[in-house]
Design a protein around this ligand. Structure first.
Ligand SMILES: *Cc1c(COP(=O)(O)O)cnc(C)c1O
Length: 237
């Protein structure tokens, strides 16, 4: 499926774009963690990613992720859970995923804290913020995020690491800039208020819009199609 070093070429291309955006913004060359979203790919993409220096991978549904963990390369990755999460899936998700990006309600954070306590693990959490207030999207409203962060930061058995958002799907990625800038400002405000050094991650930017997100301060980009599509011309997925 992954012929002609397609993954290698995708990784080089995406890294070059991230590098250019970092430079443009005057940021350090290693300021962004590249996370490969593997939800549309088969498990045989995993060794290809590793070979090309990508060892962070993300999935948004446990049912889709499950089979990937059978692959011998899976254990070499840091896994990020980036989708909506039901509390009854925590028993599967927590042993596999060290990062949970889309914490969108306090009950979920509490359930993660409880389950992590039972399992003796320390998941890294990001709160999802619905910056653009899209009715179909999950996440805290921007004005709720600070209060939520204060509560979650006090919960045992987890580490609150930052904020995450998904920008609206638009034709011109430039239109996403106010959304990313808004999340950056909110992130700074929460950082100042909490005063926790480990609250240091800003997860924003996908295939369509990651250059803008990196210019606006992203520390993690979540990239699916541009990295793992079997063919660079196949952008219909
Ligand atoms: C699928 C997904 C991505 C990656 O999207 P692409 O457009 O394929 O890069 C990023 N974040 C979340 C939450 C997703 O569900």
């Amino acid at each position: 499926m992954y012929e002609n070093d397609i993954i290698a070429r995708n990784v080089v291309g995406v890294r070059a774009e991230i590098g250019a955006a970092l430079k443009k913004a005057g940021r350090e060359a290693d300021a962004v963690r590249l996370i490969a979203v593997t939800k549309t790919a088969t498990a045989d993409v995993l060794p290809e990613l590793l070979k090309n220096g990508v060892s962070d991978a993300a999935e948004n549904r446990w049912q889709v992720a499950r089979d990937k963990f059978e692959h011998p390369s899976a254990s070499a990755f840091d896994w990020h859970f980036i989708g909506p999460l039901q509390t009854n899936k925590l028993k599967y998700v927590l042993p596999r995923f060290s990062w949970i990006h889309a914490v969108d309600r306090l009950e979920l954070a509490q359930a993660i804290s409880d389950e992590a306590g039972r399992r003796n693990c320390l998941p890294q959490l990001l709160l999802q913020v619905n910056v653009a207030r899209e009715p179909q999207k999950h996440g805290f409203a921007p004005e709720e995020a600070l209060a939520a962060a204060k509560v979650v930061a006090q919960m045992p058995n987890l580490s609150l690491r930052g904020l995450m958002t998904m920008a609206p799907l638009v034709v011109d990625s430039e239109e996403t800039r106010p959304v990313f800038r808004g999340l950056y400002q909110l992130w700074q405000e929460v950082q100042r208020t909490l005063g926790i050094a480990s609250f240091d991650q800003l997860s924003m930017g996908m295939s369509n819009d990651f250059c803008v997100a990196v210019e606006e301060g992203a520390t993690m980009v979540r990239i699916g199609r541009s990295l793992v599509s079997p063919s660079p011309t196949d952008d219909k997925m």
